[in-house]
Design a protein around this ligand. Structure first.
Ligand SMILES: C[S@@+](CC[C@H](N)C(=O)[O-])C[C@H]1O[C@@H](n2cnc3c(N)ncnc32)[C@H](O)[C@@H]1O
Length: 316
């Protein structure tokens, strides 16, 4: 199963690169904030997230921040009433690493290690040496950038690539080969940390959460529990996207491929449940059940993406 994810990740990325290479123009310049999907999480949002995650009284001995930026989640973790005994954090950009390392001096009871690395070069299982054992929380906010944005920036901030789906050049035009690198990071974390049975809670686009749930079903990943808390990305990050805190508990037992969707981090009751019906993800399982009888094979062939396909015509 885990081999399947690794293969999927590797091959999907190769497809993306091959498809995009057919169309991508040479980079004009590299904007670091775009290249690294850089939206630092405001400390007050970090606090709301950690309060939400701790609301059932749960505590963690260990925490991992996979792309820690200037360290706002490290600060939040250290300020918890019961902070983890060990925090490991990873970041690529030098100035952020220096900032985040300041937090290593702030606590005598928590061991904090900030590592300057590219997460695509690391194996989270083999390369992180933990001193502590016990419950592991993976928390943070991976880069908000898609492979096609990186392609147009000429960026190499991408993992290794290959082609499982035999995608063609046209897929780069129709959006079929485009996806968020956060999706890759999610699958890498689930694959490499499955044996630790962590809780993984990351800010991401809602589309990323949906793709991860669908892939988890397709690949029979051991998801014990999942929930989605909507966040106002415009307010917190000035970004016009639907975003959420996606929380996944990896565990043993019968896997569940559904997520309760809460309207915000404070909500105590979910608005609806997103989940798999007949092998496909549906946004609202209850609403879908009311109209499920109308769902089926359409006799007409629908063509989507024509406007997108023609986008380069006005450019010429
Ligand atoms: C959305 S920001 C979030 C930062 C921090 N997690 C927070 O919540 O405040 C994403 C971070 O990922 C870092 N990053 C991007 N690509 C990376 C890579 N390949 N390896 C490690 N860090 C990376 C960026 O430098 C940036 O600090």
């Amino acid at each position: 199963m885990m081999d399947e994810i690794a293969k999927y990740n590797k091959e999907r990325w190769k497809a993306l690169a091959e498809a995009n290479a057919l169309f991508t123009r040479p980079a004009l310049h590299l904007d670091p904030s775009r290249e690294f999907g850089d939206f630092q999480t405001p400390p007050s949002l970090v606090q709301n997230i950690l309060e939400r995650l701790s609301s059932s009284g749960e505590t963690w001995s260990r925490a991992l921040e996979p792309t820690c930026g200037r360290g706002n989640f490290i600060e939040g973790l250290l300020k918890l009433p019961t902070p983890p005994q060990e925090i490991q954090a990873i970041e690529l950009q030098d100035n952020y690493v220096q900032n985040a390392r300041e937090w290593t001096k702030h606590s005598s009871s928590t061991r904090v290690n900030v590592r300057q690395s590219n997460i695509f070069d690391l194996n989270f299982q083999k390369d992180l040496q933990w001193s502590e054992r016990g419950r592991l929380l993976v928390v943070g906010n991976p880069p908000w950038v898609t492979n096609s944005e990186l392609g147009s920036l000429g960026s190499e901030n991408l993992p290794l690539k290959s082609n499982i789906k035999n995608l063609k050049g046209i897929d780069a035009r129709t959006g079929g080969s485009n996806f968020d690198i956060a999706e890759y990071i999610w699958l890498k974390l689930i694959e490499e940390l499955a044996s630790e049975q962590p809780v993984i809670a990351l800010l991401c686009k809602i589309s990323v959460a949906r793709n991860v749930l669908q892939f988890a079903f397709d690949a029979h990943l051991p998801i014990a529990h999942a929930s989605i808390y909507m966040i106002n990305a415009k307010k917190w990050f000035g970004a016009a996207v639907e975003a959420c805190l996606f929380c996944v508990e990896i565990g043993t037992g019968e896997p569940r491929y559904e997520a309760a969707v809460y309207q915000d981090l404070c909500a105590t009751e979910p608005d609806f449940i997103t989940g798999i019906v007949e092998k496909r993800l549906v946004a609202d399982m209850k609403a879908y059940s009311l109209v499920a009888s109308t769902d089926g094979v359409c006799p007409v062939t629908w063509r989507q993406g024509l406007k997108h396909d023609a986008a380069s015509v006005p450019t010429y």
